[in-house]
Design a protein around this ligand. Sequence first.
Ligand code: ADP
Ligand code: MG
Length: 420
Amino acid sequence: MNAKKANLSGELKKYFGFSTFKGQQEEIIENLLSGKDIFVLMPTGGGKSLCYQLPALISEGTAIVVSPLIALMKNQVDAVNGLSSEDGVAHVLNSSLNKTQTKQVFDDIKGGKTKLLYVAPESLIKDDYLDFLKEVKISFVAIDEAHCISEWGHDFRPEYRNLKSIIDRIADVPVIALTATATPKVQDDIQKTLGMTDALVFKESFNRPNLYYEVRPKVNVDKEIVRFINHHKGKSGIIYCLSRRKVEEFAQLLQVNGINALPYHAGLDQKVRVANQDKFLMEEVDVIVATIAFGMGIDKPDVRFVIHYDFPKSLESYYQETGRAGRDGGEGYCLAFYDPKDIEKLEKFLAQKPVSEREIGLQLLNEVVGYAETSMSRRQYILCYFGENFDPVKGDGADMCDNSSDPPKLKDATADLTKT
Ligand code: ADP
Ligand code: MG
């Protein structure tokens, strides 16, 4: 790749205004610029976007960025365009563009203006786009949210599976895949599917030392949550429920109890949904009661608690959802209510699914049950699931869970360590 040989810190300052790189960003960028395939496993908020945005900005040609959600792409495109005084540095390419807009995008790419082109995988296979992209200079391909490739991930998207052959048809360029899902299974799956088993792997710790993890039996859950929120009056929090009906019911129950709460789920009218989300972001409302439809790409730094009214379907989901607490490094209380009967319901639900999906679902559930029932450090349990060692005595955040700060039943916890 023909990148300008300049010092990266200078470029970082120039484009982003930051004085230092975060974590392994600099090494990642250097290696990408030198033509290597890269695999980045970094928790949410770790700064993954910059790992492809900066090299794209200083490389010749256009970087293709594959991303699963139009909303996420639009945010990023606006952000990147805001970094530069020129128009058209970043574009989204998808079927919502009319002819004139598409031509503008193509012209900007041909004219060398466009450094980042965001596309959803289902757009990338369109012949018009493929034919065009084959003819222009591509610097590299970035695959964001790469766990979408894997059925073992928490957000599997079938369109992601064919990416390798599509990329091969476009250009022979380096590929950087990035995700915040770090289980060894997902990692392996991504690398195999993308044909990048030789990629350089950069993995950062997934430990979130400022989050406190607690599991309570699901008894009098409504009352418990109301009491919890009253103890944290005025603080921002998210409550996850499994069903839309529960979301609405519980948001109402909180309102009746004088708590400033609103519902969020995909079945709500788009306008209402956006309005509720905005009110939460603007602090007009303290608590959002939501299905898992809420949260992806939402960056509210001061969420003080995440409560799981219903237990999640996988530990990845749990980690992602609780990860929305304490982004600013301040307090983040992660409380989950566990009832084995809920797990049985989820199992029954899985029984109607195709065999492969069912088996994966059941294994993921097993891990969730293991987490709920363990008496070992919950942080250690989660990190072990992500293939990471954690010292439950001396590690960062070691006393930050119900089992560690006040051990209810001390038994040999190492026996609980599950291997993935
Ligand atoms: P991820 O995709 O890993 O969840 P993002 O790329 O959205 O994370 O970045 C998270 C935040 O970190 C953003 O607000 C971004 O501006 C900030 N950030 C990234 N790199 C740096 C850096 N080197 N210095 C300071 N802030 C950074
Ligand atoms: Mg990201």
